[in-house]
Design a protein around this ligand. Structure first.
Ligand SMILES: Nc1ncnc2c1ncn2[C@@H]1O[C@H](COP(=O)(O)OP(=O)(O)OP(=O)(O)O)[C@@H](O)[C@H]1O
Ligand code: SF4
Ligand SMILES: [Mg+2]
Length: 354
């Protein structure tokens, strides 16, 4: 299948396809029925910045409630940001009119977490995969749609004859393939996959991840791949962003994050990743996180991780640590020289490298 360009100026080499700057999404907390009064806000996303380059996979990882799905929904235009920028090929799409945004959204599609609930049980697979053509009729003339849907079924490894079946006639893995086919229907450049394998059996997860990797090569896709577990994104990600309570804690290449983490939160997450080799397991440094994630309606001052951090000092309460390369590593080739939002960032080897 040819990749038809959805338009827009071509990004030069090295220009990110997506640039996210200071992205904020606050959901108002209201009280009262008749006179709804805002009494606060859930700071679901609170100043997130990152780039996505053409053809790369950025993994976003963090515990439940840290704002991953909200970031995903902002990127694909399902939510409007409170403030901040989402630049697609250099153009800020967060302030576009609904009509202009619709055209851009063809190029940024989402694959949802739960294939059991995200597919309408009353629609045939053909109608589900072809639904994006109803919203963007210019993408495929009516007479071509059936053929296109059958091609998409084939591309995701399903029998094109299944076009008249219903979601309940498929397994979880097959349903996620249907969700992926729908995400591909408009030939997007970017796919935001929000925990695409979290609801699947471990044995099926690898198959779906492999499919996503094959599709990336075939269609030159760029991925934002979200997971709550660092082990899931390890092999698919070129770069990884670790998220905590609405902010990014640490970003770096796959190797930097897994082998040279400098943020205590990343180190704690990594130490909890299952290690299959029993020998390696005995050598790992297990960090048990104390306490729960604080409420995003009332996040701690300074460093948001300080209520659970074993290294916290007064500075962590008083000053927000910027997401930056630690000073001692700036300009060096050290793998620890990547962005970490910690006043006392330092390497700690938590798991034996592969
Ligand atoms: N529409 C909304 N209105 C109010 N609060 C919301 C809304 N959507 C999300 N939130 C809140 O924002 C925070 C972040 O939610 P989000 O779904 O983005 O987290 P997540 O990292 O995807 O979590 P999970 O791993 O459970 O999917 C949570 O506290 C959630 O309750
Ligand atoms: S800034 Fe302080 S509280 Fe935050 S992660 Fe670093 S040491 Fe811990
Ligand atoms: Mg989520």
């Amino acid at each position: 299948m040819a990749h038809d360009d959805g338009g827009g100026p071509a990004a030069g080499p090295g220009t990110p396809i997506l640039e996210i700057r200071d992205l904020v999404k606050h959901f108002p907390l209201t009280r009262g029925v008749l006179f709804r009064k805002q009494v606060g806000a859930v700071k679901a996303v609170d100043g997130v910045s990152f780039d996505l380059h053409q053809g790369e996979t950025l993994g976003i990882v963090g515990e439940s409630g840290c704002g991953k799905s909200t970031v995903a929904r902002l990127l694909v235009g399902l939510e409007r940001p409170t403030s901040g920028q989402i630049r697609y090929r250099g153009e800020d799409i967060s302030t576009l009119s609904a009509r202009a945004l619709r055209a851009v959204r063809r190029n940024i599609q989402m694959v949802f977490q739960d294939p059991y609930t995200s597919l309408n049980p009353r629609m045939t697979v053909g109608d589900i995969i072809g639904e994006p053509y109803e919203i963007h009729p210019e993408a495929a003339p009516k007479r071509d749609r059936r053929r296109k849907v059958q091609e998409l079924l084939e591309v995701v490894g399903l029998n094109p004859e299944f076009i008249h079946r219903y979601p309940h006639q498929f397994s979880g893995g097959q349903r996620q393939r249907i969700g992926i086919a729908r995400g591909l229907a408009l030939r997007p450049e970017i796919i935001v996959a929000d925990e695409p394998v979290s609801a699947l059996d471990v044995s099926v997860q690898a198959q779906v991840v492999n499919l996503l990797e094959e599709l990336q090569r075939e269609f030159a896709l760029s991925y934002v791949f979200i997971a709550h577990d660092l082990s899931v994104v390890r092999h698919i990600s070129d770069r990884v962003a670790v998220m905590y309570l609405g902010r990014l804690a640490e970003t770096g290449t796959q190797e930097q994050i897994y082998d040279h983490p400098t943020h205590p939160y990343t180190q704690a997450l990594l130490s909890a990743v299952p290690v299959p080799d029993p020998d390696a397991r005995t050598h790992r440094d297990r960090i048990l996180l104390a306490g729960d994630v604080p409420s995003p309606a009332n996040p701690p001052s300074g460093c948001r991780f300080r209520t659970r951090c074993w290294k916290a000092r007064q500075l962590c309460t008083d000053v927000v640590p910027p997401l930056d390369v630690p000073e001692e590593f700036r300009g060096t080739a050290s793998p620890a020289g990547h962005a970490s939002a910690c006043h006392f960032a330092e390497e700690r080897h938590v798991v034996p490298s592969e």
